[in-house]
Design a protein around this ligand. Sequence first.
Ligand SMILES: [Zn+2]
Length: 288
Amino acid sequence: MTKLLVLDPGHGGRDPGAVGAHLRESDVNLRVSLLLRDALDRSGVRVLMTRETDVLPLKSGTVGEDLAYRARIANNAGADLYVSWHYDSSDNPSTDGVSVWVHPSQKGKRTEQWAKAISASIATAASQKDRGVNFGDFQVLRDTAMDAVLIEGGFISCREEEGRMADGAFLLQQAEGAAAALCGILGAAYVPPSSGAPTCDKQVAEDVIALYSQLAKRATPAMVVAANFAANAVRRAAGIPITTDLGKPSAEAAGRMEAIAQAVWWTASPEAQECHHIAADSLRACRA
Ligand SMILES: [Zn+2]
């Protein structure tokens, strides 16, 4: 049985978390977590997200009740590992770097060793300072019944590090660094993004994505899901962070969207054709 990881992008909705000069922690948490989910998916790890959009997972209630709810998602699912992703804030604007927090009860246990490995792997992949392991009695660490870690991926209060957080390439490095360590922990073989995966040019990909969203503008809800799915396949191939994931389209909508991608293929440049190919392939896989 493959291992199940519950991935928890911190905060969301009316709780932005730490706020920098330009970015909200909740948004960056989500962007990096979606990239991490993709990397784990690719490596054969089952992932359950506590949220995939800009919401608090618990629709109504206090933030404290929401935290308890996030832990309950993992407990009810019988997860093997719980990973919460956050960014930190400090009064000292020069404080930067990545750290991983575990519950104080885990001192000297395997979770501490795992946290150390995750922090080091992210720091190396994204060229950050490795602040190592910290201990905190956070609710999501306390309430979860399985091994649980909370990643603080950097300091949004540090101008330079906040600037890097706005860059999709940096978040991708962090996500892949975390994925490599998490695969090691869960006994899965980490599959790096470049291994055989088709890639497309970022600017061309943006144009293709814009075309899909134009097509989806007055479409039926089912086709909006299919267009979003196709656009996300292109985003993945081009290393563009996914901000909205509407999930898998119906077989019928996937078939229609695939026909659209093939139709526009004929008029596209060779670079754009590559993007349409990737979209069509992902839609075909959906219909299978
Ligand atoms: Zn936070």
